[in-house]
Structure formats: structure tokens, C-alpha cells
Write a protein that binds this ligand. Structure first.
Ligand SMILES: Nc1nc2c(ncn2[C@@H]2O[C@H](COP(=O)(O)OP(=O)(O)OP(=O)(O)O)[C@@H](O)[C@H]2O)c(=O)[nH]1
Ligand SMILES: [Mg+2]
Length: 358
């Protein structure tokens, strides 16, 4: 099951208490204080790993507690510190602190690299034992500290896939067919809308030096931004892409007008997040193998090229035109990588998901 958003509660362990104790030995009438310190409580961390691609585990286990530190003991024995807990999440997970009362969120970390690790709840320090309080004027202190409590937090974890290219378009346009042709990804393909229910990633390898990741997201329809169909909830997965490819079914079989299809999808994307429309975009005019009336492509080409978006006629089934599309994707990706090197994007996404435009 693909789950890309969960809420969990994490509680770090408290520190162990410091101990009050005095040496008691035969022939040593007044032994000094020897109460040891408490051990530190366990902390909770969130760690990105390449071995996961969903947050589904957290749907079923939303609570995590690290253990408390052991109390200090006599004979200057320090209590054991408790072990930290690492919560593994897929690379691309954004961690937010959630204020349950108000529903407000604050970003804590964006884990875009395998191995990135963020502290989400710090364990409490152990208290000092009475041995630490001895002074020249107070040689038998009866004082020790309690352990500090561990931090507790509500978190929202949101996975945003890391892909260079996002395939967007109407249901049935051929997005999954295209990703199956250009990568090893094998999402289900069928002649009905909403075949793809969750996003899929595929790695495209052009040659030894050039490869990139493509995301196939579920189809969008009119009203997707306000919850129609499936698409909108998955648009967060194209937020990180550098290039959007509009897959448009230009054949007569769609029963629709390709220009209108393109405009509908573009509108939905803009309503979800206007910044997405500033991405580099391409149009894949798909299913030309079954196209009778070439003017359908020509009209679409004129329409999109007037707003500076190039169009590539192709067939995901026969492979015609696919190579040219891939080269164009690569060109835009490398241009985007280059401009990011010069001006890196801000570190943290500000809000989980997006408020729907009125
Ligand atoms: N003739 C022809 N059929 C195609 C082409 N590309 C896709 N199809 C067919 O169109 C139908 C839908 O293809 P999918 O790849 O499942 O479409 P999708 O865009 O992933 O659809 P959703 O997952 O529902 O959003 C399938 O029957 C495909 O075989 C093409 O280039 N030519
Ligand atoms: Mg599909």
C-alpha cells in the first residue's frame, strides 16, 4: 500500500534520577557521598533510507516511545543511558511538527538524501547524584537531581517523491504506457480511466552518463484541485520535479479536444500551485499511431508553442517519437540542474500540502 502522509507521536525517554547514597564500610566511620548520576533518556530520530518507498508502517503504528535512562546507584554507579530510536522513512520525506490543538505545522526537516537524520524528540538528561554536590563546606550532601523529562512531539510526515520529470495528463492518456516503455517501471496499463492509483517512479537511462527519474502520477480531471478524481492529492509528488510533461491523447479515440484537455490539466495544476506552471514544460502528443486527422496535432502544437512549450508527436505503443522526447527532457533537466547549482532553492518547503485556491 502506498501511503504518503501520516501523523505520529514521538516521546523521548526521561533521564534517570541521580542517587543519594553514602559509603558504608567497616572501619570507615563517615564515608563520603557516592550516589551516581542518572543515565540519559533515549532520543527519537527520523532517518531517510532508500529501502522504503511508502510511509505505510506508520499508518498502523503511530506511537513511538524511547526508554528512560536508568537511575543512578550507590558506589558512584551511573545509570545506563537508554538507546535512541531511529524511525526509518523513505528519501523525500518532509517532517513537520504539528500543534494538535490548532492544526498548525512547522517544518523541521526535508530528508532528501539517504542517511539524513533529524532529531525529533530529545531524551532528558540524567540527574546528578549526590556525589557531585559535595563541597568543602558540605561533605555529606543529601541532594540529588531528578532526571529531566524527554521531549514529546506530534509529527506529520509527508512523502514527496524525488523525480526529475513528472508525467501529467488526463486519465487514459498513456502516461503509464510511456513510463513502461522508457524505464523498468511497470505500473498497470489498461483502457479505462484511473488505472494508476498511486505514483510510480522509473529511471530512464539514455547512456552511461545521462539518466534521470520520471514519475507517473494518477490522471487529473477537471476539478482535481478541489478533490475530484484522484489527481490532486498526488500533485505534491510533482512539486520537486524540474520538468513537467503533459501527456495528451491526440487521437480521435479520446472523444475530446486535445487543446481543451491540455488547458484543463494546466488549469488544475495552476490551481494546486501556480509555481508549478513556472517549471519547464513539454507536451507529448500521444497515440499518433491511431490518429487519422493530423490537424488535431497541428492545432495543439500551434496552441502550446504560442506559450513557448514545445510539442513532440509520439506513440508510447510503437515507440515513434519517444527518443526525441527523452532528449528534450534531458536537455531541460540539465538546464534546471545547472541553474539550481547557481541559485539553490530554499531549504524547507513551507507548508504540508497546499490550501486549495478559492
Ligand atoms: N494506440 C495507442 N494506444 C495507447 C498509446 N499509449 C497508451 N495507449 C493505450 O491507452 C490506454 C491507457 O493507457 P495508460 O498508459 O494506462 O494510460 P494512463 O495515462 O496511465 O491512464 P491512468 O492511469 O488511468 O491515468 C491503454 O489501453 C493503452 O494501451 C499509444 O501511443 N497508442
Ligand atoms: Mg496510468
Amino acid at each position: 500500500m502506498f501511503v504518503d502522509e501520516v501523523e505520529i507521536r514521538v516521546t523521548a525517554g526521561g533521564g534517570g534520577n541521580g542517587c543519594v547514597s553514602f559509603r558504608r564500610e567497616k572501619y570507615v566511620p563517615r564515608g563520603g557521598p557516592n550516589g551516581g548520576d542518572g543515565g540519559d533518556g533515549g532520543s527519537v530520530y527520523v532517518v531517510a533510507t532508500e529501502h522504503l518507498n511508502t510511509l505505510v508502517n506508520y499508518r498502523f503504528h503511530p506511537e513511538y516511545h524511547a526508554r528512560r535512562g536508568a537511575h543512578g546507584e550507590g558506589s558512584n554507579r551511573t545509570g545506563h543511558s537508554a538507546r535512541d530510536i531511529d524511525l526509518d522513512v523513505p528519501v523525500g520525506t518532509v517532517v513537520y511538527e504539528l500543534a494538535p490543538a490548532t492544526g498548525e505545522t512547522r517544518p523541521l526537516a526535508d530528508l532528501t538524501e539517504a542517511g539524513s537524520r533529524v532529531l525529533v524528540a530529545a531524551g532528558g538528561h540524567g540527574g546528578r547524584g549526590n556525589a557531585q554536590f559535595a563541597t568543602s563546606t558540605n561533605r555529606a550532601p543529601r541532594r540529588a537531581e531528578p532526571g529531566q523529562p524527554g521531549e514529546a512531539r506530534h509529527l506529520r510526515l509527508q512523502l514527496r517523491l524525488l523525480a526529475d520529470v513528472g508525467l501529467v495528463g488526463f486519465p487514459n492518456a498513456g502516461k503509464s504506457t510511456l513510463i513502461s516503455r522508457i524505464s523498468a517501471a511497470r505500473p498497470k496499463i489498461a483502457d479505462y480511466p484511473f488505472t494508476t492509483l498511486t505514483p510510480h517512479l522509473g529511471v530512464v537511462t539514455l547512456d552511461a552518463e545521462r539518466s534521470f527519474v520520471v514519475a507517473d502520477v494518477p490522471g487529473l480531471i477537471e476539478g482535481a484541485h478541489s478533490g475530484h478524481g484522484l489527481g490532486q492529492q498526488f500533485l505534491k509528488h510533482v512539486e520537486r520535479t524540474k520538468v513537467l510533461v503533459h501527456v495528451v491523447d491526440v487521437s480521435e479515440a479520446s472523444g475530446r479536444d486535445p487543446v481543451e484537455d491540455f488547458e484543463t490539466v494546466r488549469r488544475e495544476i495552476g490551481l494546486f500551485d501556480p509555481a508549478l506552471l513556472e517549471r519547464r514544460q513539454l507536451v507529448a502528443a500521444n497515440k499518433i499511431d491511431v490518429l487519422a486527422d493530423r490537424s488535431r496535432v497541428e492545432r495543439l502544437a500551434e496552441h502550446v508553442e504560442s506559450s513557448g512549450i514545445p510539442l513532440f508527436p509520439m506513440s508510447a505503443v510503437t515507440g515513434e517519437g519517444v527518443r526525441a522526447l527523452l532528449e528534450a527532457m534531458w536537455q531541460r533537466i540539465s538546464a534546471a540542474r545547472e541553474s539550481e547549482r547557481r541559485a539553490p532553492r530554499s531549504a524547507l518547503p513551507d507548508a504540508p500540502g497546499h490550501t486549495v485556491a478559492e
